[in-house]
Design a protein around this ligand. Structure first.
Ligand code: FNR
Length: 362
């Protein structure tokens, strides 16, 4: 039975309510971005500034929200982004999120920085899940993580490319934030570089390899038959490289504006990435997706699906698996409404003509 608070009408309500249900440093860790949070603010403005062109008298009585991602059918093109440390929002961590994802029918990304082991998360629900890891300095560690993910039954691997150096997140520095346990890494190693240096005051150089290059991809590609999804692409140049290197999908992402500040919003670069990829691989986008209309805009500009990160934490904090499902249910209703009101019978029917204009935010 759900214990969710009343009055949660949209995803922003979840964020506002979650403040009261999470420890302040944990809330700041989830909600915050890098340095001045310029990109974080720009992100919502960018989604909001794009206008839709609704069509009428299209004869559309029902609409099919479903799509496929790497061959998996999902009820709508919204996936749960790989994020570390779900225990900061729920005592059962990724296991609880996995139950929510399975109940809705979408795909959970499980981070190597998870607060339960990747094997535990895999066992928690019988549904397809994708594992997210990095290029480590130590290739043995890279291979070991990959093989563990394969053995645990993950059906695709995200390689995150935009977190190879410590991010400066000032809310966390001021709050003296300490990263939580990361059971996938053994032997008391320092936490990954994504936040270690600035958050804890340690000058750990971390385990992710800042020097990895496209030459390393060929090696990685040879190590697994699982689909590879490169996460953190923000330019047409890198998108073209992904297409050339046998990558199966990419995520246009700036890590939720948490790492490098003052980039464009992801929805602003989606058009150039889609053009560069030219249908050779699946393109997903994340960062600030909070409305059903955002989902339609992403599809219209060339994405196959979107990922949501922070709203998953807020759902977990407010209602565990039920909370995650409710976040997704709200989005689904909004996507359906936007599809009907723009006259779209299916995801495949959506194209660039749905977008009135892409204003430059300057
Ligand atoms: C993340 N993200 C992330 N990404 C990743 O590849 N590996 C990780 O371990 C994490 N960890 C993580 C923790 C927390 C608390 C957040 C909020 C995010 C980034 C995530 O996958 C995604 O790119 C963004 O969250 C998308 O933006 P929104 O939906 O949060 O605005």
């Amino acid at each position: 039975m759900s214990t969710l608070p009343d009055g949660l009408v949209n995803l922003f309500d979840f964020e506002a309510e979650a403040v009261h249900h999470m420890a302040p440093p944990e809330y700041d860790y989830v909600a915050g971005g890098a340095t001045d949070e310029v990109t974080l603010r720009r992100t919502r403005s960018a989604w909001d500034a794009i206008a839709l062109r609704p069509r009428v008298l299209t004869g559309t009585r029902t609409t099919d929200l479903s799509t496929t991602v790497l061959g998996h059918r999902v009820p709508m093109p919204v996936l749960l982004a790989p994020c570390g440390g779900h225990r900061r929002a729920h005592p059962e961590g990724e296991c609880e999120s996995a139950r929510g994802a399975a109940a809705f029918g979408t795909i959970l990304g499980v981070s190597a920085n998870g607060s339960v082991s990747l094997e535990e998360a895999a066992r928690a629900a019988d549904a397809p899940k994708w594992f997210q890891m990095y290029f480590y300095r130590d290739r043995e560690q890279t291979l070991d993580m990959l093989k563990r993910a394969e053995a645990a039954g993950y059906t695709a691997i995200y390689i995150t490319l935009d977190a190879n150096w410590p991010a400066k997140r000032e809310r966390n520095i001021r709050g003296n934030y300490r990263q939580s346990e990361r059971p996938n890494y053994k032997g008391g190693e320092p936490p990954p570089v994504t936040t270690a240096k600035f958050d804890s005051g340690q000058s750990s150089r971390g385990r992710v390899d800042p020097g990895s290059s496209w030459d390393d991809i060929a090696w990685l590609r040879d190590q697994t038959k699982l689909p590879l999804i490169f996460k953190g692409v923000m330019t047409s140049e890198d998108a073209a490289q992904c297409a050339q290197h046998g990558v199966d999908a990419l995520v246009v992402s700036n890590h939720g504006a948490r790492n490098l500040d003052t980039t464009l919003a992801t929805i602003e670069v989606l058009p150039e990435v889609s053009a560069a990829v030219d249908g050779k691989l699946e393109v997903y986008v994340d960062g600030g997706v909070r409305r059903g209309t955002d989902v339609l805009k992403a599809i219209a500009l060339g994405a196959k699906a979107v990922l949501i990160g922070r709203p998953m934490f807020y759902g977990l904090a407010l209602g565990g698996a039920d909370g995650v499902v409710q976040v997704l249910d709200i989005l689904r209703d909004e996507v359906e409404s936007a599809m009907m009101l723009t006259g779209q019978p299916s995801m495949d029917a959506i194209d660039r003509s749905l977008i009135a204009h892409m204003p430059a935010l300057g």
